[in-house]
Design a binder for this molecule. Structure first.
Ligand SMILES: NC(=O)c1ccc[n+]([C@@H]2O[C@H](COP(=O)([O-])OP(=O)(O)OC[C@H]3O[C@@H](n4cnc5c(N)ncnc54)[C@H](O)[C@@H]3O)[C@@H](O)[C@H]2O)c1
Length: 311
């Protein structure tokens, strides 16, 4: 019951996506199932429909559900966004503006993810927190705007520049780092994967458990402790090449093979840094990752295998 929740309810948009699937679970564990309103374009068990372009519906949910905190995950990711640049701008920028306006009107706090896609080719290979942001992709540009809005909005709004996220519970949602998720499913099902980036492509990655923990830890920090980097904190998990990922998987599946046939997503990957300097997040809110490459691979293979055995 709402009466049992002194501080109001939490709204999650884009809740059926790769991050939302696990964030909703974690928030419900922390605050209780009734406290978290999961929404997406599609209806599913435990999730209601909310289009972030529909300001009337947003307002209705804010009022009826007494929302005091929003995790705004609805977005188009890099690979999908580059195919539909206008739609990407609409959903990622106008959708975010709608959520900011709702948060402002109802005095709610807002978490909105950024991405390593904010960096462009002029960024050093190890990306600093503060550096010129000149992304080549429309997706990256929408994320830069999002970070700027976080600071100019006048509300308590925070974000993280997530690296490529690796998880087994929900499929990856049309991003450039999807190969680091797809590879596990293909390795277990077919013993082979045709990778869409080169073997030597090195990108910052993170296991979903670390990303969810980072999100909740950041939202738990008193606002006064955070600097203007709160629009999008650099956080590092681990960086590895596609070839190193293959070799780590082969520790479990020695017969696994991988071919490399780069497509357009190689260009996006090439415009991003290889590593992330997360010193500011470490200092301001004590961010620290727990999963390295081999531990991610061990967790992915074990969990996907046990899920397969259960079905
Ligand atoms: N997954 C990653 O590796 C990664 C990395 C960096 C940043 N991010 C950011 O994190 C956020 C969530 O990413 P994700 O991986 O969960 O994405 P995803 O594509 O898996 O999920 C996004 C969800 O948003 C929903 N959605 C799309 N348009 C909508 C609309 N108009 N109204 C309501 N819902 C809508 C989709 O149905 C989908 O379920 C995004 O802002 C993304 O840019 C993700």
């Amino acid at each position: 019951m709402f009466m049992d929740l002194p501080s109001g309810r939490i709204l999650v948009t884009g809740a059926l996506g790769q991050i939302g699937t696990e964030l909703v679970e974690a928030l419900r564990q922390k605050h209780g199932p009734e406290a978290v309103i999961a929404t997406d374009l599609r209806k599913a068990e435990g999730c209601q429909i909310l289009d972030v372009m529909n300001t009337d519906e947003i307002k209705k949910v804010m009022v009826e559900q007494h929302i005091t905190e929003i995790y705004h995950l609805a977005a188009l990711l890099s690979a999908t966004g580059e195919k539909n640049p206008h739609l990407c701008w609409d959903i990622n920028v106008t959708g975010l503006e709608n959520m900011i306006a709702a948060a402002k009107e109802h005095g709610a706090r807002l978490f909105s993810p950024s991405s390593i896609a904010v960096f462009g080719p002029d960024c050093p290979k190890v990306a600093p927190q503060i550096t010129p942001l000149n992304p080549t992709t429309i997706y990256g540009k929408t994320k830069v705007v999002g970070e700027q809005l976080a600071v100019s909005s006048g509300i308590d709004m925070r974000g993280i520049r997530y690296p490529g996220l690796i998880s087994y519970k929900a499929p990856a949602g049309g991003g450039t780092t999807d190969y680091a998720v797809e590879i596990f499913h293909n390795a277990l099902e077919n013993g082979h994967y045709d990778c869409f980036v080169r073997e030597d492509t090195k990108l910052p990655m993170m296991y979903m458990d670390d990303a969810i923990r980072a999100t909740i830890e950041l939202m738990d920090i008193p606002f006064e402790r955070l600097s203007d980097s709160r629009g999008g904190y650099n956080i590092a998990g681990c960086s590895f090449t596609a070839g190193e990922l293959v070799r780590s998987i082969q520790r479990h599946l020695p017969d696994f093979t991988c071919t490399f046939n780069p497509d357009i997503r190689q260009q996006y990957a090439d415009s991003w840094p290889e590593e992330i300097d997360d010193g500011i997040a470490m200092n301001e809110w004590r961010w620290s990752p727990r999963f390295n490459l081999d531990r991610i691979v061990d967790e992915m293979i074990t969990n996907l295998e046990s899920r397969k055995n259960r079905s």
